[in-house]
Design a protein. Structure first.
Length: 94
């Protein structure tokens, strides 16, 4: 394990690379939670308009967010997470 040093309030504290990874996981999780809160209902509505079946739209919305969750590490680098999510929903509906 590589140890780096961080200066915090004039004190040197060891910081391992392992400490950086959970921060990025937390960032991705926070972004995902926000994406879910903002787009759950719009995705259901979008899939309903595509398919005409409310129950199927709900199931495919769950599948959309499951796939997005599995690939959540990409979220911080995406320019347009909304478009990414709608692309997933479109592919799930095919």
């Amino acid at each position: 394990m590589i140890i780096r040093q961080a200066v915090i309030a004039n004190a040197l504290l060891p910081v391992s690379n392992a400490d950086a990874r959970p921060a990025s996981n937390r960032d991705a999780q926070v972004l995902f939670e926000r994406l879910f809160a903002d787009y759950q209902h719009p995705i259901i509505n979008y899939l309903y308009r595509l398919l005409g079946d409310g129950a199927l739209a709900e199931d495919l919305t769950q599948e959309t967010f499951t796939r997005a969750w599995k690939d959540r590490q990409r979220l911080p680098e995406l320019d347009n997470p909304r478009a990414w999510l709608y692309r997933i929903a479109t592919n799930v509906a095919r």
